[in-house]
Design a protein around this ligand. Structure first.
Ligand code: PGA
Length: 250
């Protein structure tokens, strides 16, 4: 049976107190959940949420990190600082970072390599805009994001990487890719991975889907052969909506 990986990206939401309350509700709700579950609060709430999830099944993630270990980088957060708080996973290359903050594949690749070198498990986000999809460039765009994002990642480290396919037009819009459309892109990503690392490594890779995932569509998405989990935004902000997604099998 596949091991699914369900991650909650809280984005720029919640005070420390609100984050702690949600984390406590999730620890209670997901005690018996068999899937791998990660939550990524804002940086400011990581320390407090770390205390709540310690000893639970919930993994603590960050939404981003800087590309350097330390130094004169005003406003950036180092992987050393994340590890210091008990963070073990990090979302990198989210489309909001790519589009609003102009992160390039080269920068994201630098972060992926640094995260791995520091023992953090990156979720590398990829995905096309509607314009790219409609002009027939989906595979070129997503393929390049995968290849460039993983440049220099050796086969031994690949198992620590998760890929999240998040079509930009489906994020926060209520529009979900159909399970069939999403699965087809996941299969393409696996083909790209097979070309880079071989069939066995590509098959073992965890590829999450993200973009308006909710309790109502989670089971249908996850039933597809190439969808191994979900990266959830809006629906991860409440235990009542995230809990059922993580427990989609029960
Ligand atoms: P959404 O966000 O679930 O609100 O569409 C997903 C994401 O951006 O990771």
């Amino acid at each position: 049976m596949r091991n699914y990986y369900i991650a909650g990206n809280w984005k720029m939401h919640k005070t420390v107190a609100e984050s702690v309350a949600l984390a406590k509700a999730l620890v209670a709700e997901l005690g018996s959940c068999g899937e791998r579950v990660m939550i990524a609060p804002a940086f400011t709430a990581l320390s407090a949420v770390a205390d709540v999830v310690k000893g639970s099944r919930i993994v603590l993630g960050a939404q981003n990190m800087g590309p350097d270990l330390q130094g004169a980088h005003t406003g950036e957060i180092s992987p050393l600082m994340l590890k210091d708080l008990g963070v073990t996973a990090v979302i990198l290359g989210h489309s909001e970072r790519r589009h609003s903050y102009l992160e390039t594949d080269a920068l994201i690749n630098k972060k992926v390599l640094l995260a791995l070198a520091q023992g953090l498990e990156p979720i590398l986000c990829v995905g096309e805009t509607l314009e790219e999809r409609e002009s027939g460039r989906l595979e070129a765009v997503v393929g390049a994001q995968v290849r460039e994002g993983l440049k220099g990642v050796d086969a031994a480290a690949l198992g620590k990487v998760t890929i999240a396919y998040e079509p930009v037009w489906a994020i926060g819009t209520g529009k979900t890719a159909t399970p069939e459309d999403a699965d087809a892109v996941h299969a393409y990503i696996r083909k790209v991975l097979a070309g880079l690392y071989g069939e066995a490594a590509a098959k073992a890779m965890c590829i999450q889907y993200g973009g308006s995932v909710k309790a109502e569509n989670a089971a249908e998405l996850m039933a597809k052969p190439n969808i191994d989990g979900a990266l959830v935004g809006g629906a991860s902000l409440k235990a009542e909506s995230f809990g059922p997604i993580a427990k989609f099998r029960s």
